[in-house]
Design a protein around this ligand. Sequence first.
Ligand code: NI
Length: 149
Amino acid sequence: MAIRDIRKVGDPVLRMKAKEVKKITDKTKNLIQDMFDTMYDAPGAGLAAPQVGVSQQIIVIDVDGDSFELINPVIIEQRGTQIGEEGCLSIPGERYLVNRADWVKVKGLNAEGQVVEVIGEAMLARALQHEIDHLNGVLFTDKIYHKKE
Ligand code: NI
């Protein structure tokens, strides 16, 4: 296990589109373990591989003890909206309101290469959308919700 450095806003890797993982190797599994260690050390509710400088489509999540990794995650269904406060380990100290879907279904692979579907509501839905955005070079500060006057 190892805790990796978390890249901060301004680092170009956070703005790159992460590459699809074609083959899950021991190196991939080691990266996932390090991502969990880094997320728990921070601590945070989610982490995407670009945040540790690896431009690959991998996220880890832990919302209320529900923890899992997803490789090549894609949102295949979404419903509703929720406006809530969000932060990011790559943008320390800043929290803003962001409008997100309230319910998402995400498809991806686990570390064993099995296809998995995850359904998330409320906080879990928010975390999934936030981390998947990271894989597309999108930061939550791009999506700050402004109340209409
Ligand atoms: Ni983030």
